[in-house]
Design a protein around this ligand. Sequence first.
Ligand code: SAH
Ligand code: AVI
Length: 369
Amino acid sequence: MLQNNHVPDDVFECRTRHPRERRRDVDDGERMTSASPIGPSAVDPLLHIEQHGTPHVLRDRLASDVRRGLTARPKRLPPKYFYDDRGSELFDAICDLPEYYLTRTEHALLRRVAPAIIAAVEPSHLIELGSGASRKTRVLLDALQRSQPRPVYVPIDVSGGMLQQSATALRAAYPRLRVYGLVADFEEGLPPLPVGRRRLVAYLGSSIGNFEPPADQRLLRAIASRLQPGDALLLGVDLVKATATLEAAYDDAAGLTAEFNRNILRVINRELGADFDPDRFEHVAFYNAEAAQVEMHLRAREAHAVSIPALDLVVSFEAGETIHTECSRKFTRDVVETLLASSGFRLERWDESPDAAFALALGRVETAA
Ligand code: SAH
Ligand code: AVI
């Protein structure tokens, strides 16, 4: 059943003040297709979820990305297509693996610094990109609800099932929290952000590392352009470290990351009628020290062909040929500070975990010169 609650007119930029911003956001919104409300069955006035992009548009985008990626040399696929319901659940399970230190390290760091960050920014709205299960977000929400009588949380994620599930769970856990979920692919244009006295955008999990330059800067600039001076960005970043630690994190003993990697082939089978046999591909993950990134690939175990009827395409694989499915860049403070500065943010705080494995960078929107 559709969740069709009334959204107050002052919630989204495109429906309210800031004429300059309004024009741009409305244009973006129209290009991305119209937003339609979806949501859980019980009517809850504090919960609203909007879908940006119709299934038709999303499938066309997948089709053109897959055609471009699998006819390129070397072959590649965009990592955002890992995250159907199964992929999101696999990622959530990866977060609990002993080898995947990122989540627990960032979680512990957040527990230590979230109160100070919320006190420094004093946000009325917490907006989260790539929110997934919103597990670590609770640490920020705990601090936010202590300081705000009517806190607002805006999760934005391409994975609609996971967003709906986590938004519903958060509403149950935080009775005063308004949740405006946006199901959107922010690579295709950031959806309009809510207006608010002060906004904190969180982008956790080192997900910025899945964007290669200059796409990382493009995304951060888009965020900055939607914010006002004084608003802030909290960026979780995984730091450069020993190769063995990095490679274990992306090639776990239980094989969950391998399944997550192969899931992209299952998505293409389901959406485009392809006949990939995921077992004919081996999961490969290694640290490319020169580029400071872990790379994930799928390597064909033998020569074979795959048919993709929706694209009227047959893709041939040589034995050993790879599809590059993901980069996970690893950062230093200098790289993050430069990236933030070139995107319109001044680095205000830098907090590292005690083992220097992971950091949280707080960037503040610069006042226009
Ligand atoms: N923030 C969580 C989840 C990280 S997994 C954490 O730190 O654990 C990355 C999340 O980003 C997934 O939920 C995925 O669906 C989402 N995502 C990936 N690419 C996206 C895109 N282009 N637009 C919107 N969401 C995206
Ligand atoms: C979401 N993202 C930051 C994860 C990462 O570490 O790059 C995705 C992931 N890929 C393999 N394991 C986890």
